[in-house]
Design a binder for this molecule. Structure first.
Ligand SMILES: NC(=O)C1=CN([C@@H]2O[C@H](COP(=O)(O)OP(=O)(O)OC[C@H]3O[C@@H](n4cnc5c(N)ncnc54)[C@H](O)[C@@H]3O)[C@@H](O)[C@H]2O)[C@H](O)CC1
Ligand SMILES: [K+]
Length: 467
């Protein structure tokens, strides 16, 4: 079972909510599972923090009260500092029960605290810990570690242990009840299911947008990704759509390189920078590439045999991160080693033509592994794989089969590569963004009559709305 870190947990939580499982349901199950680890009629002191780890503790206290335990809850802070609604709701439920509730905001309270209960529950900090322990949490942890006669049960992560490193001064638990997936640094842990739906991990959701790059506040032009868009020999609109989509996805310097159509393409929009080249395998492209972070090769390329040769040499020699789309994939048909370390975005027909087999989840994963690339196979549901993991994207709708949406998707994928990295989760996030943009348009226009350019303005809104 691979361990996961706090960001991954936050992604799963957000996606669980998106797929219909509310945070309060997860917390209720988390607390119930903790309580079920403790026998009835015992005396239990629960130390609860201000976040959702504390919320789990409040729920556990309620279930322990119902098991006729002698329950005392110590809030390591003040009631008004409880940081989330779902935790506060569970604190308020306790106030209606015959449970001793103590607020302990000051470290002095813990310095001479004698804990005599049979069991101590450590629900102070979980995966939300940031940095070294601050007071009064630190003194509370020391008080718990002095309770030698008590059985110490930690919730999710022993308070003080950083789940991303497994290190830190923390509670010396007898056991840790950890949720959904193991975290680093847990010895004597029991892994319990708290009802997170599989889709929270198998499908792309708004949580995956947590991986997106943040725009640097005081950044200069070009610091938020510089992208070469190479194509446009046959279809002039395609590279324009890709470059505009990259701009709408936060890349601030996409430059189109095309053969013979510079004026036509730059005429589409004042936002476009277009350079003319004599060959796709030209020194001009290689020299310029040192000023770019990534290249999208393929939009509107066509299949001119001389250009196909040039494109093969370009893919082989260009040493920046690459996204290959449309007829750039056709160029790689006979030499699939050219796909190595690239992101490719075929639709089903292009996949079959490239690999000689109809796409399936398993085959997408196998070919991504075999050719060491990331495959985003477009379809009713996009399927994304890096050869190790598969993610499915359900966002999007039938109105998006119109021409040009593939160029838009390639532009968003490429902008994230240019801005951040060649990354499986970012590729999946791009698929989710474009699909959600299409779903937003569908609300306004219905499925008939969506055109690719409609998507552009919706792209930045998806991130703003979903995260
Ligand atoms: N999907 C799940 O597994 C669920 C897990 N749940 C529980 O929620 C916590 C994570 O909750 P979160 O609110 O994000 O963070 P924490 O409660 O762990 O901590 C935040 C809290 O702690 C304070 N804090 C942070 N760092 C420090 C520090 N170094 N010193 C002192 N105080 C610190 C911060 O100010 C906040 O107040 C997870 O572990 C599970 O237990 C949910 O119940 C449901 C889903
Ligand atoms: K804890």
């Amino acid at each position: 079972m691979n361990e996961i870190d706090s960001l991954e947990m936050a992604v799963i939580d957000r996606n669980a909510e998106y797929w219909g499982v509310e945070p309060w349901e997860l917390m209720e199950e988390a607390g119930r599972k903790v309580a079920s680890e403790i026998e009835s009629n015992r005396s239990v002191t629960l130390f609860c923090g201000k976040g959702n780890n504390g919320g789990d503790g409040f729920v556990a206290a309620r279930y322990l009260f119902e098991k006729e335990c002698d329950v005392k809850v110590v809030l390591v802070g003040k009631e008004r500092s409880i940081g989330t609604d779902v935790a506060r709701d569970n604190w308020l439920k306790l106030k209606n029960l015959d449970v001793t509730l103590i607020e302990g905001p000051r470290k002095e309270f813990y310095n001479d605290l004698e804990i005599t209960s049979d069991v101590v529950v450590d629900a102070i900090l979980g995966v939300g810990i940031k940095g070294r322990l601050r007071e009064p949490v630190k003194s509370a942890v020391q008080a718990i570690n002095r309770a030698k006669k008590s059985r110490i049960v930690s919730v999710d992560v022993p308070t003080g242990i950083d789940p991303d490193t497994g290190k830190g001064y923390g509670v010396k638990s007898d056991t840790t009840i950890t949720f959904h997936k193991k975290k680093k640094g847990l010895n004597k842990a029991k892994l319990v299911d708290i009802g997170i739906p599989d889709k929270a991990e198998t499908h792309v959701g708004p949580g995956d947008l947590f991986f997106l790059p943040k725009r640097k506040e005081n950044s200069h032009k070009g610091e938020n990704g510089r992208l070469m868009v190479i194509g446009g020999e046959e279809y002039t609109g395609a590279p324009a759509l890709s470059a505009l989509a990259a701009l709408r996805s936060g890349c601030d310097l996409p430059v189109i390189y095309t053969k013979g159509n510079k004026d036509t393409i730059s005429g589409f929009s004042p936002n476009l920078i277009v350079r003319d080249i004599k060959s796709f395998d030209s020194d001009k492209i290689y020299k310029s590439s040192s000023k770019f972070d990534a290249a999208l090769i393929g939009p509107g390329l066509g299949r001119n045999s001389e250009s196909m040769e040039e494109i093969r040499r370009l893919i082989d020699k260009l040493d920046i991160k690459k996204v290959l789309d449309a007829d750039a994939l056709h160029a790689c048909k006979k030499t699939k080693t050219l796909l190595r370390k690239s992101i490719i975005t075929p639709h089903s027909g292009e996949f079959e033509s490239l690999f000689g087999k109809k796409p399936s989840k398993q085959l997408i994963k196998e070919f991504a592994d075999q050719y060491n690339c990331i495959i985003l196979k477009k379809g009713k549901n996009d399927i994304i794989s890096n050869g190790d993991t598969i993610k499915i994207n359900e966002s999007g709708n039938a109105g998006m089969t119109v021409g040009g949406t593939g160029d838009i998707l390639a532009g968003v994928v490429s902008s994230l590569v240019a801005r951040k990295d060649y990354d499986f989760r970012l590729t999946a996030a791009a698929s989710f963004i474009v699909g959600k943009a299409g779903d937003q348009i569908k609300k306004d226009l219905g499925v008939d009559g969506i055109i690719a350019t409609d998507l552009l303005k919706e792209i930045p809104k998806v991130r703003a709305e979903q995260v």
